[in-house]
Write a protein that binds this ligand. Sequence first.
Ligand SMILES: C[S@@+](CC[C@H](N)C(=O)[O-])C[C@H]1O[C@@H](n2cnc3c(N)ncnc32)[C@H](O)[C@@H]1O
Length: 467
Amino acid sequence: MDKFIFVLGSNWQLSIAELDNVLKFSQFKGKITDYSANIAVVQFEDLHKDRHYINKLMELQFILGGTQKIARIYDFIDIRTIQTAFPLQIEKFKMVETTRKKISVILDNLLDNSFRKIKNENIFFAVSIYPILYDEEYYKKVLVKHFLPFLNKEIMVILKQKGAKKSLYYEYPEEYMKSGNLNPIFPHHLIKYGLFNQDRAEIIFGFSEEGVYIARTFTCDDPNFKKRIDEERPHKEFKSAISPKLTIIMLNFLNLFEQREDKKILDPFVGNGTIPLFALIEDFQIYGSDVDSKKVNNTIRNLNWLLEELEEPIPPLLNERFREIDVRFLSNYFEQDFFDGICTEPTLGPFYKKRPYYSEAVEVIKNQLEPLYEAIFKESYKILKIHSRICIVAPIINTIDGGDVQMDIIKFAINNNFKLIPMIDMNRIINKSNIKLQFRRQHTKSLIDAKKGQILKRKIYVFEKQD
Ligand SMILES: C[S@@+](CC[C@H](N)C(=O)[O-])C[C@H]1O[C@@H](n2cnc3c(N)ncnc32)[C@H](O)[C@@H]1O
């Protein structure tokens, strides 16, 4: 089977949107053939035929902000077989036993295919189960408590039968197994336990409504690297900063995949520079501005710190590309049609510790934010190349007495000759019967990035400059 599992980040809708966009427009052409809230199954047009496909997967992993791991699929078991072997309540013991034996045969073949050598090796493996949704009863009661121990034991025994000198598995903490609240092994553990070595492996069992895909992990995100940049840079303000993950996802919606080193992108609200920092890592030519000169200096210092950390030379005139500019006058400072993309998180309003009243939120939006967003589109139109994109965050404010308040940013964009680009292409997304897995048509225009109960949510939009 020439398919791959992409393990999705916590905002699975945003992760799928990003992945599908990259598979549609980048050189890594492919399609999502199945998905759940935790995994996407990808079939490439030709990447898998490349002799060095693992290197290609690593490149792809590096580009994607919303993918945690990529694993090659070796087998598939349909959902009926799994549910017969591991029912919520055992009634027919004989059926359970014979179906489990069938699964053992599948595991036997899988291990021959996924390990280059077993005989005389000391093998260490970790089993990770990705359910359709973490909060489902079947995951907590059956998959964690029965399927996982079965897999650990069976795989261990089969490896021994195949001549492994030793065969050991990763043991999850007892208390998580008991409660059923288990997270599969994290990417940084994959790195720590050396699970990409020849005699080690993470074996993923990724569920969709159709069945379970069995795969071996080949590459994972290095969250410690991004975290270190985000947290150790000299200047940082946690309350107003966008996350590295979201930054990378937004950069991918600019649809600039080829020759990134020549693509000029701007953040006109740099703050402490999260967007340029990660855009630099992703190879873009970065520019930035902010009305606050202190913020501009912070960004410059952060960038110089990063380049020193990476032991890379400082590009000529880098500091000059960051300037104190009020967004309303951007076009006075940059040439017309200069940029290939704009990626930005403008001021999102006050930092609320408590939910505001509806009338307060409406006032902030009307008086402060709407004029600012209108100016962004007016000025961006002048300095962006034709058909170039702007990926932008807009706020949703959750109020005490009136629910969510937000502005009509689409109106400002259209008035200034930008076209809205839906973040999800519904023609490429397959149907799902579980309502929690469906993308609703009206929600595809933009996607939200927020944690449960957050007062200020980020809504992400993509627009394209028209002729
Ligand atoms: C939400 S912060 C951006 C945070 C940034 N993404 C980061 O990670 O550090 C918004 C920034 O917009 C700047 N700003 C506010 N009004 C502006 C204006 N009219 N023109 C340009 N920048 C402005 C503020 O100084 C602030 O640094």
